[in-house]
Design a protein around this ligand. Structure first.
Ligand SMILES: [Zn+2]
Length: 349
């Protein structure tokens, strides 16, 4: 049929006066990274893919799990059964939604060592991360490179959204000067989360991104929007300009989390929150030959392999997933020592 022209596909978006043909053109020439492909990332990525963002970099270190299906819109049951990597599964779905855009899945744990490579040449970053430290790192990187990002977070039925321009005054650190202690922060594993809330917050986040990318920068919300969908509360918090004067990041240009003594390292070994699993960091200087590893493991137990990871089931209870960046996730235990022993036995140096 001759209906499937680009003009037809995006007709309703172009018809919306503030976007128009030139705004839409800017959107199609944009490169956007979605940092984290969970509840917020899947929804924001889908909206941006449908809007025609020309290049999407989809970053996530994890695999799809059964508990994700309640809210993470791009995943199917089979993804959880197969333990597929989120970035890979998400890009496959996004390609089916819009085959005309360029998609780049990145399976990696973002740290100060690799953030500049992963986010190279992007025009905007969607913050859909699940931990606070990454936001401080992203904030520093954004100020250093002058790149905009849209912060969002959602736990329970409460969420917040704000775009930061990358020029500071204010930046994220004006608002949150120090990472809160882990015990002070609710997470989706401790407080639960409502699927409609993450969809709402991700939609608001994608809207700010589309304003920015289409050149409607005057319409970007300057306050932090905070919503509680359960108690029906919508609040706009103004960020006082004076906070920037004492801000370490945008006031003093001291990028502690990117290049200072607080640089965010890949987690050396960490039990993964809410899961019977341990993650062990690899050596960032090594790239793993996954095909060779799969060959080596064949005689040891059942093996799953794809371009992003190789997985071994050495016995009935454990699995080892080795990623290309050398990271290993061991399931079936929350004991770091047990995980290390299995790594030493099956992966080695
Ligand atoms: Zn600041």
């Amino acid at each position: 049929m001759s209906n499937d022209t680009p003009a037809n596909r995006y007709a309703r978006q172009i018809q919306f006066a503030p976007i128009g043909p030139s705004g839409h053109d800017s959107i199609t020439k944009s490169r956007v990274a979605v940092l984290g492909c969970g509840a917020l990332g899947t929804v924001a990525a889908e909206i941006l893919a449908r809007a025609g963002v020309g290049q999407l970099v989809v970053v996530d270190r994890d695999v799809v799990e059964w508990t994700n299906l309640q809210r993470q819109s791009l995943y199917f049951e089979q993804d959880a059964i197969d333990g597929r990597s989120k970035a890979d599964a998400a890009c496959e779905r996004l390609h089916a939604i819009n085959s005309t855009i360029e998609l780049q899945p990145v399976v990696a744990d973002v740290s100060s060592g690799n953030i500049s490579t992963i986010l190279k040449d992007v025009d905007l970053v969607i913050d859909a991360a699940d931990n606070f430290l990454i936001r401080f790192l992203l904030n520093d990187w954004s100020l250093k490179t002058g790149t905009a990002w849209v912060h969002a977070g959602c736990v329970g039925a409460v969420g917040q959204v704000r775009l930061f321009t990358g020029t500071g005054r204010p930046c994220f650190r004006c608002l949150v000067p120090e990472p809160p202690p882990a015990s002070a922060v609710d997470t989706c594993d401790t407080a639960g989360v409502v699927g409609s809330a993450t969809h709402t917050v991700a939609s608001l986040q994608a809207t700010e991104a589309i304003k920015w990318l289409s050149g409607n920068r005057q319409d970007v919300r300057s306050s932090l929007l905070s919503i509680d969908l359960w108690s029906n509360r919508f609040r706009e918090l103004k960020i006082a300009p004076s906070l920037s004067d004492s801000c370490t990041a945008c006031g003093k240009a001291d990028y502690q989390f990117l290049e200072g003594d607080r640089a965010v390292q890949s987690e050396a070994a960490a039990t993964l929150c809410g899961r019977d699993a341990v993650q062990i960091a690899g050596n960032p200087d090594h790239t793993i030959d996954l095909r060779r590893m799969a060959e080596r493991w064949k005689s040891t137990g059942r093996v799953q392999a794809n371009p992003f990871f190789v997985r071994l089931f050495p016995d009935e209870t454990h699995s080892l997933t080795l990623f290309r960046d050398g990271r290993i996730v061991v399931t079936g235990t929350s004991e770091i020592s047990v995980a290390r022993t299995l790594c030493d036995r099956f992966v080695g140096g």
